[in-house]
Every structure is written in structure tokens, then in C-alpha cells.
Design a protein around this ligand. Sequence first.
Ligand code: PGA
Length: 257
Amino acid sequence: MKRRIIAGNWKSNTTWTEAKQLVEELSRMTTGQDINTRVVIAPPTPYLAAIRSGLPPMIALAAQNCSANDTGAFTGEYTAGMLASVGVKYVIVGHSERRAMYNETDEVVAQKVRQVLDAGLYAILCVGESLEERESGRHFDVVKTQIEAAFTAQIGKEEANHVVVAYEPVWAIGTGKTASDEQAQEMHAHIRSLLDEAYGEVASDISILYGGSVKPGNAAGIFQGEDVDGGLIGGASLKAEDFMAIIEANSEWTTAS
Ligand code: PGA
């Protein structure tokens, strides 16, 4: 069964004091709630091990990146295995900011997905088109190429549900512009059909998240899409109330007795 997931990508934000406070607030707000959504947070890497020790079991920890290589002489890099050893469960791979600013090609992204799965973790694989690619009508092809390169061409059926796909149109990230509910569902259905071609019925076990300016006010509409299984949230994950409202929009809530 695919999971409903809300993941918060904190990017390079928060001091250590702010990070601790945000985690405390989220812990308080989620405790005692029966949330039918997997909640994931991706704080800055230096905080991961310390945050892990105080995290309630219902919140899973993600890293925002990892090395494309295993251990060795790679100064400044950290491996997926190292992240696993401090309790990280998910790694965001191929975020458009890393593709654009750190020259991460589809090949590098593919290597990282492999490293993440080899370490026994889940990859959150980000894909998405630029504004120019959408306006020229190439968005379905661009996403197809990204999915094939990092996912379906190298990951077998038995591991396929260890990858979560996050569709994030580049023009919607941090811009306040979101894809319409229909545009999101249409692309998610396209991704689901690519996964279906590659993996058959396993495709229905793979979670596909939407990301790009998701806020409390637009979350419910986007998450209604049949193939939209949750969201990857940037800016709005830095405010506990907003993040909780988005989790709520993605969940059926019942108060634990
Ligand atoms: P945003 O970022 O919600 O601030 O647009 C989303 C992301 O980059 O994952």
C-alpha cells in the first residue's frame, strides 16, 4: 500500500536553537493525535543526529542530500550509510536547487538513489520541469527522462517502493505560484503510468508527492488528486502551525483515546 506522506524540507534555514524549538512544537502538536500520514522532516544535516534522539516515533527523519559515493577520500561528503547509522530514514535526492546550483546531472542523481537504497533507506526523488520547458510543451518528456534515468532504468521491481517520487515544477518552488490542482494530478497520473509500465501493479505502492509553494490554503485542493499522495513542503514547513495544517489537510484525523 502506498503511504500518504508530508515531508518538510527545511533547506539551509534555522539556527540550532530555532531547529530545536520547531521540533519541540511539532512533537507537542502531533503527540496524542492519530495521524494517517507519515510525517517526515528534513532539517539541516549538522542537526540530524541530535534531533533524532528527541523525536517522537511518528515523525521520521530525512536528510536533504547525500554523497553519490560510498566511504572514502571524498572531503566534505557524507554517505547514505552514515545517515542511516544516526537514525535517518529518508534522503531527498535530485532537488531542483541541487540540480541547478550544484550541477547534479541525472547520472549523479541516479548514483545517489542507488546509494540511498543500498543503505536501507528510502529515497525521495525530486523531478520537475522549468517554466520554459512547460511553456514549450515539453514537461511530460522532461519528467519522463528524469524518472527513467534515476529510477525505472536502474531500480528493480523488488526495491521500487523504496523510492518516493516528488513532483516539483521548478517554477512553483519558493515562488508562491503553484500548479493548479488539475496540472498536479495530470502530471502525477503521467508519473504513475510510467511506473506502471516499468513495475506493473507495484506502481500503486509508490507514493508520489507534490511540491512547490504548498501552503495551508491550497494544500487540500492539491492533495485531492487521485495520484497525489502528499507533499514536499519548503517554506511552510518552517512554521509548526502551517506544517500541521498541511498534515491535517492530508490526513483523516481522529483524536487518540
Ligand atoms: P516551497 O519549496 O514549498 O518553499 O516552494 C518546496 C521544495 O523546494 O521542496
